[in-house]
Design a protein. Structure first.
Length: 305
């Protein structure tokens, strides 16, 4: 039986970080590579803000794959609590243990209490899992869309991100022997408190330039022609200048490029764009705003590239 491959070493420079991300399919700007390098070297969480679909979540996935680390993802949502994010006790198993002890005549309450709050009854959720040692090295912990969680949960994260430990009243304090690599993302539907931001390095992930977005499309959508990829990027870049409720992110650009490739498209036409606009825009009001002269104009400009 062969042993698992050892985890990759952390990159030694910004250039090495940029090369690592690029080699694993993430075409990052240098500023993002710099803050990622610093977060890795300093052992600080990396807080990424930006519009949905610009690649914030993807960087955690790429880092985990590139460094050979386990990826642990905590998807935030309204009402997220400690039982879902950190831990809970297996109460069903605890009740069975109590009934078995009673049936066996065991009346030592202190010993029974110590037994039912042993680690084997502890159900570990993502935050607690991220504090456990891993053979492949400290895991990558992705706390995704923190802005969707309640402020009370955000406050709870302060202990985890400050000391990389969790206190369980019945069990004790569990501390990470090696801090995980932490990526926190936010779509900025609400402001995150300064107390949490101070514990992180920060970067705003913006929409990519046309040049970088074109490189991303060519990398992620094999088989797309040079002419069509250029038209797709030109159209999307122009689309983001419009007054929409939700402008398309890079994820939508890739979806649209893939859809056009599946349709064997060679060039954009108003009919083709109208038929596939749902891959780019996700709100009916935005789609309706694109009908008529606006679409004709943007298609004409994109195909003139």
């Amino acid at each position: 039986m062969t042993s698992a491959a050892p985890p990759a070493l952390l990159p030694a420079s910004v250039d090495a970080t940029l090369a690592l991300l690029t080699a694993n399919g993430y075409l990052a700007e240098r500023a993002l590579a710099t803050v990622t390098f610093l977060a890795l070297r300093m052992g600080r969480p990396l807080f990424l803000e930006g519009e949905a679909g610009v690649g914030k979540t993807e960087i955690a996935k790429v880092l985990a794959a590139a460094l050979g680390r386990r990826l642990i993802r905590l998807q935030c949502y309204e009402g997220l609590d400690i039982a879902s994010a950190v831990y809970e006790w297996n109460t069903a198993a605890q009740m069975i243990a109590i009934r078995l002890a009673e049936a066996a005549g065991d009346t030592d309450r202190d010993r029974l209490a110590a037994d039912i709050f042993a680690e084997r009854y502890l159900i570990k959720r993502p935050l607690l899992q991220a504090l456990e040692p891993e053979v492949s090295g400290a895991p990558v912990l992705l706390i995704d869309e923190l802005d969707r969680a309640d402020e009370a949960f955000e406050a709870y994260l302060l202990e985890v991100l400050s000391d990389f430990q969790v206190t369980i009243p019945e069990f004790g304090t569990i501390a990470a022997p090696h801090p995980p690599i932490v990526i926190v993302t936010s779509n900025r539907t609400r402001e995150i408190h300064d107390a949490l931001k101070r514990r992180c390095l920060y970067h705003w992930v913006d929409y990519p330039s046309a040049e970088r977005e074109l490189a991303i499309v060519k990398s992620k959508v094999p088989g797309i022609s040079a002419a069509l990829s250029a038209q797709v990027v030109a159209f999307v870049q122009a689309l983001r200048a419009q007054d929409f409720y939700k402008s398309p992110g890079v994820a939508e650009t890739l979806d649209w490029a893939t859809a056009l490739t599946e349709l064997d498209a060679r060039s954009l036409t108003p009919q083709l764009v109208g038929d596939t606009l749902g891959a780019l825009l996700k709100y009916q009001d935005d789609i309706a705003r694109m009908q008529g002269d606006t679409m004709q104009k943007l298609v004409k400009e994109a195909t003139a590239q």
